[in-house]
Design a protein around this ligand. Structure first.
Ligand SMILES: *[C@@H]1O[C@H](CO)[C@@H](O)[C@H](O)[C@H]1NC(C)=O
Ligand SMILES: *[C@@H]1O[C@H](CO)[C@@H](O)[C@H](O)[C@H]1NC(C)=O
Ligand SMILES: *[C@@H]1O[C@H](CO)[C@@H](O)[C@H](O)[C@H]1NC(C)=O
Ligand SMILES: *[C@@H]1O[C@H](CO)[C@@H](O)[C@H](O)[C@H]1NC(C)=O
Ligand SMILES: *[C@@H]1O[C@H](CO)[C@@H](O)[C@H](O)[C@H]1NC(C)=O
Ligand SMILES: *[C@@H]1O[C@H](CO)[C@@H](O)[C@H](O)[C@H]1NC(C)=O
Length: 432
C-alpha cells in the first residue's frame, strides 16, 4: 500500500512527494500524541497511506520556504480528512481516463489461474496482442488504490462474499478469485463448481467467494435450461424466492442484471394474477419489465437483508460493443481487432441503455437497505479493445483459425481475463 500511496505523485517534482510524506508523518505523530494509541484502528492507518492527489495543495505554495509551509500544513490539518482514502461519495470514479503504462503487469494470467472459463481465456485461446493488459484507470478527483490481494483477504476474512447475476457477474467473480487465489497455498483453498452455485473456499481465512447464476435475478423459464430462442423466454418479474432462499446469511452480496434483458424490444413477463403456467404471460416493453423485476428484488432485499450484517452492492451494466459505428468505425466490425480504448471523453455507446441505468438508480434510491453501486459502465465503455472477441468458444468449441477472421464471430460482450473486470474489482475493493 505504501507504494500505491507514493505513486500518485509520480508526475510532481521529486521533492514534492517527500514533503507530503514528511507532513503525513508529522501529522501522524501529532495525532498519536493527542489521541493515544486508541486512535490507531486499521482503517485510519490505511488512510494515511493513501493521500489522494486532490488534497495536495497547488505547487505554487510549495515554491516558497518549505519549512514554513510544512508548519502551516500541520496547523491547517483540516484538509486531512476522510478523502485520504478512496471514497465513492467524494469521488466520481467514472470521471477519469485510461492511462497506458507498459510496466503494469496483471497479477495473474489465464494459465496461472486455473479458474477462468474458456470464454474469458483470451491468451490461451490464441490472442497475441497484449497492449490491453497495460491500461490503468485513473479517476480525475482521487486515487484508486491498486488491487492489494492481502488487503482483500483481510477484508473478507471470516465472511461469505457472493456474486449473484449473469455471465458478466461470473466474469467479475472469476476475476476476484484470480486476483487473490495466487497468494494462498494449494492446500488451503478449494473450488466447487456447480451449474448454478459455485464456491471458492479459503479455509485458512474461513471465507468463501461464491457465484450464483441468476441472469435476471428474478425467476424465468430459461435460468437453468437455457432457451436459445429469445422469443420463447418468459420472465416471472415478481418471483424471486426460489433463487433468493439460497442467498441469505452471506456477509457481502453483489448483484447485477442487464444483458439478458437486451434481447428484444419487448419482454414476455409473468406477473401477478396473469400467472397461469407459462401460458399466461404479458408482453411489456423492456424497461417496464426490468423495473418490475428490480422492484421485486428491492422488496426482497429490504425485507430479508439485515444491513448490520450484510453489505449489498450492485454492479451497473457492462457495455456491449457490437456496433462499431458507435465509436466511429464505419466498417461494421463490432469490437473485432480493436487495439485501443476509445479516446473521446464521456463516450457512451448504444450498448449501454440509459433508461435501464436510471431505473436502477431510482429503485435503489427508495430502498431502506443501503446499496452501493460498483459503477463500471462509463469506464468499461471506453474499452472496445478488451473483449474476448474472436478468442473465444462457440457451443463449447474453440473458434478455429478460419472462423477467427470473421468479425461477426466476435464476442463483444464478455471480457478477457486478466482485463477490465480486474478494474471493476479494484473499485469494489476500494469501497469494501
Ligand atoms: C490555513 O488556514 C488559514 C485560515 O483558514 C488560511 O488563511 C491559510 O491560507 C491556510 N493555509 C494553507 C497552507 O492552507
Ligand atoms: C454511473 O455513472 C454514470 C456516469 O459515469 C452515471 O451517468 C450514472 O448515473 C451512474 N449510475 C448510477 C446507478 O449511479
Ligand atoms: C507505471 O507503473 C509502474 C509500476 O507500477 C509505476 O512505478 C510507474 O510510476 C507508472 N508510471 C506512470 C506514468 O503511471
Ligand atoms: C467461521 O465463520 C463462521 C461465519 O461465517 C463462524 O460462524 C465461525 O465461527 C468461524 N470459524 C472460525 C474457526 O473462525
Ligand atoms: C438452495 O437451498 C436449498 C435449501 O435451502 C438447497 O437444498 C439447494 O441445494 C440450494 N441450491 C443451490 C443451487 O445452492
Ligand atoms: C442495526 O443496528 C442499529 C444500531 O446498533 C440498531 O438500532 C438497528 O435496530 C439494527 N437493525 C437491525 C435490522 O437489526
Amino acid at each position: 500500500m505504501i507504494t500505491s500511496g507514493l505513486m500518485k505523485h509520480r508526475r510532481g517534482k521529486l521533492s514534492f512527494p517527500i514533503i507530503i510524506i514528511i507532513v503525513c508523518v508529522l501529522v501522524f505523530i501529532a495525532m498519536l500524541h493527542a489521541e493515544r494509541l486508541s486512535f490507531i484502528s486499521s482503517k485510519s492507518i490505511f488512510k494515511f497511506k493513501t493521500c489522494p492527489r486532490k488534497n495536495t495543495k497547488p505547487q505554487s505554495i510549495l515554491a516558497g520556504d518549505d519549512k514554513r509551509v510544512e508548519e502551516e500544513y500541520v496547523l491547517n490539518a483540516s484538509w486531512i480528512d476522510d478523502r485520504f482514502e478512496f471514497d465513492s461519495k467524494e469521488c466520481n470514479v467514472g470521471n477519469g481516463k485510461w492511462v497506458f503504462n507498459h510496466s503494469i503487469k496483471p497479477l495473474y494470467t489465464d494459465t496461472t489461474c486455473p479458474y477462468i472459463d474458456r470464454q474469458f481465456s483470451c491468451v490461451k485461446n490464441g490472442r497475441t496482442d497484449s497492449d490491453y493488459h497495460h491500461w490503468e484507470w485513473q479517476p480525475k478527483d482521487c486515487t484508486l488504490p491498486r488491487f492489494n490481494p492481502e488487503l482483500a483477504l483481510r477484508k473478507i476474512q471470516g465472511k461469505r462474499l457472493l456474486f449473484v447475476g449473469d455471465s458478466l457477474q461470473r466474469n467479475q467473480w472469476e476475476s476476484f478469485v484470480c486476483l487473490v487465489e495466487w497468494i494462498i497455498p494449494e492446500k488451503h483453498k478449494s473450488m466447487k463448481l456447480g451449474p448454478i452455485h459455485s464456491i471458492f473456499n479459503l479455509k485458512e481465512y474461513n471465507a468463501s467467494i461464491e457465484f450464483y447464476w441468476a441472469p435476471y435475478i428474478v425467476e424465468s423459464n430459461t435460468d437453468i435450461n437455457i432457451i436459445g430462442d429469445t422469443r420463447k423466454r418468459i420472465i416471472k418479474v415478481d418471483a424471486i424466492m426460489d433463487r433468493a432462499k439460497n442467498w441469505s446469511g452471506v456477509d457481502i452480496i453483489v448483484f447485477n442484471t442487464y444483458v439478458w434483458w437486451m434481447s428484444g424490444l419487448r419482454i414476455k413477463s409473468l406477473w401477478g394474477s396473469f400467472g397461469n403456467g407459462y401460458e399466461g404471460y404479458e408482453e411489456f416493453d423492456t424497461p417496464i419489465a426490468y423495473k418490475l423485476a428490480l422492484k421485486t428484488w428491492a422488496n426482497w432485499v429490504d425485507s430479508t437483508i439485515n444491513p448490520n450484517k450484510t453489505r449489498v452492492f450492485f454492479t451497473t451494466m457492462s457495455p456491449t460493443h457490437t456496433r462499431s459505428e458507435d465509436w466511429g468505425n464505419k466498417k461494421d466490425t463490432r469490437c473485432f481487432n480493436e487495439r485501443e480504448p476509445v479516446k473521446k471523453k464521456k463516450h457512451w455507446g448504444s450498448g449501454s441503455d440509459k433508461r435501464i441505468m436510471s431505473i436502477v438508480a431510482k429503485v435503489v434510491k427508495k430502498m431502506k437497505v443501503p446499496v452501493t453501486f460498483i459503477n463500471i459502465t462509463q469506464i468499461s465503455e471506453y474499452r472496445i479493445d478488451a473483449h474476448s472477441s474472436v478468442y473465444t468458444e462457440n457451443g463449447g468449441k474453440l473458434l478455429t483459425e478460419e472462423e477467427r477472421v470473421y468479425p461477426q464471430n466476435a464476442d463483444c460482450i464478455h471480457w478477457c481475463l486478466p482485463g477490465v473486470p480486474d478494474t471493476w474489482n479494484q473499485i469494489f475493493l476500494a469501497m469494501l
